[in-house]
Design a protein around this ligand. Structure first.
Ligand SMILES: Cc1cc2nc3c(=O)[nH]c(=O)nc-3n(C[C@H](O)[C@H](O)[C@H](O)COP(=O)(O)OP(=O)(O)OC[C@H]3O[C@@H](n4cnc5c(N)ncnc54)[C@H](O)[C@@H]3O)c2cc1C
Length: 201
């Protein structure tokens, strides 16, 4: 979970600094949220889970396209485990907000939640918003089609970055991750690429 806290007495003046200092686009308080919130602390939470690998409805297949950069199709659907995880993530997010807002006092904090009304506008309410309000039906950081491992019977690419049984081909990047992990995978990919470059050099 990524949690960012914002407090601004002059949202219009602070807008540029907020955009620079927020850790990423998913963690920015919007102008509509900041406007009228001068006496509040705003928490922006983005919570990410990993899609279960054991779901036969999910696959990646060659699709016959002649363009080799577009010749695979990915199907990804949530299964029962993903749905359960999503519920847990929602609850964990609410509990985290409550813990942050109570500052460890154990007292029940007064929290208001943002409800998106479209067109960059919305309003605050005391009740938790609906699932549709808080869930984004998107996937990010897709990875792992060519996962790495020592054993050819349980992995695609070996620890030497070559597909098992194939010589003179090297693979690096997010495809190698044995499992997708969570936020911001790029530095790990850079580490793998650097390690491969060192070995080849
Ligand atoms: C909008 C967006 C925002 C993101 N934000 C972040 C972030 O803030 N932090 C973070 O860590 N990560 C972020 N990511 C994720 C990160 O960018 C990717 O996980 C990462 O770039 C994947 O690197 P890769 O080298 O594994 O694959 P890619 O960057 O996808 O590289 C694969 C390359 O292979 C080429 N290719 C494919 N098929 C073929 C073929 N048959 N023949 C030859 N070439 C082929 C493709 O054209 C591509 O150049 C973001 C991704 C997106 C889309």
């Amino acid at each position: 979970m990524q949690a960012s806290a914002f407090a601004s007495s002059h949202p219009e003046q602070d807008a540029a600094a907020i955009a620079y200092e927020a850790p990423d686009a998913a963690a920015v308080a919007s102008p509509a949220q900041l406007r009228g919130s001068e006496d509040y602390v705003l928490f922006v939470c983005a919570t990410l889970g990993e899609v279960c690998e054991q779901n036969e409805a999910n696959w990646i297949r060659l699709n016959g396209d002649h363009d080799p950069t577009a010749n695979i199709t990915l199907q990804l659907q949530t299964g029962p485990l993903d749905e359960r995880l999503w519920d847990v993530l929602d609850e964990a997010t609410y509990q985290t907000i409550a813990a942050l807002a109570s500052r460890g006092t154990g007292l029940t904090p007064e929290i208001e939640y943002w409800v998106d009304a479209g067109q960059s506008e919305g309003y605050w309410q005391a009740e938790r918003p609906s699932r549709q309000q808080i869930r984004l039906p998107i996937i990010v950081h897709e990875a792992s089609p060519l996962w790495i491992g020592a054993d050819p019977s349980t992995s695609v690419v070996g620890l030497d970055y070559r597909p098992h049984g194939v010589r003179n081909v090297y693979v690096t990047g997010g495809a190698l991750f044995p499992t997708s992990g969570s936020w911001n995978p790029t530095l790990t990919m850079c580490g793998l690429a650097q390690d491969l470059a060192d070995r080849l050099g």
